[in-house]
Ligand binder design. Structure first.
Ligand SMILES: [Zn+2]
Length: 229
């Protein structure tokens, strides 16, 4: 009877990336809006800065993610090529190496040898990739997918303060953008903590603190430099 316990690691990977992307979108766009608003820019100018921030932020997230995941993909590809050469050059010692990995994981030497033999007969490179290099199909680097996911999560996050700035009256824009953004940040922080099996309040407070700090400092900079332009 298959047991259906669900481990946190199974669901945190993509959720963590999505929440971090959205957090980033909220914090950087809300801070940008508060900075420009604190410099007493017109409503249109504030919204323009917000839209530019959303697009620029999403593209820089996508670019950063694409570059970092691509270099991971390159490393994986190079490791697999090396492994494939090793298998061609000396299959016997590769088999012994694999058996030794299984012994280290707790199998008896005889059984480990048998398992290594059978797995290598079935798919030698796959067995070494998974058990020696830790490269598996599910964890394989997918640069474009990762770039797209982080850009979308950034845009979803950035839309929160931007839509708030769009619909609220100009005179209470700073209060509403800050308030709504901080509420969403606390919810996201708590969600990410819960998905990762950590304490919700701790996760919420952590994101709230950094978000408030970023918004406060940017608003201060905006009102300081706003008096010069
Ligand atoms: Zn190997």
């Amino acid at each position: 009877m298959p047991h259906n316990e669900q481990h946190h690691t199974e669901r945190t990977g993509w959720l963590r990336a999505a929440v971090l992307g959205a957090d980033d979108g909220i914090v950087s766009t809300a801070s940008l809006l508060l900075g420009v608003a604190s410099a007493h820019a017109a409503h249109g100018g504030i919204l323009l800065a917000g839209v530019s921030g959303l697009v620029a932020g999403a593209m820089s997230m996508a670019a950063g993610e694409y570059v970092s995941v691509s270099s991971q993909a390159d490393t994986e590809k190079a490791d697999l090529a090396l492994e494939s050469q090793g298998l061609e050059a000396d299959e016997t010692s590769e088999r012994e190496e694999l058996a030794a990995i299984y012994v280290k994981r707790g199998l008896e030497a005889k059984l480990a040898k048998e398992v290594a033999e059978q797995l290598m007969a079935h798919d030698a490179l796959g067995a070494h990739a998974r058990d020696e290099l830790g490269i598996s199909e599910t964890l394989k680097a997918r640069p474009l997918q990762a770039a797209f996911a982080s850009a979308v999560s950034f845009m979803v996050g950035a839309a929160v303060p931007l839509l708030t700035a769009l619909v609220v009256p100009y005179r209470s824009l700073v209060d509403f953008v800050a308030g709504v953004s901080l509420i969403f940040l606390a919810v996201l922080g708590g969600l990410a903590a819960r998905a990762g099996g950590a304490r919700v309040i701790v996760g919420a407070l952590r994101v709230l603190l950094w978000g408030a700090l970023a918004m406060g400092l940017t608003a201060a900079a905006g009102s300081l430099f706003g008096s010069f332009v």
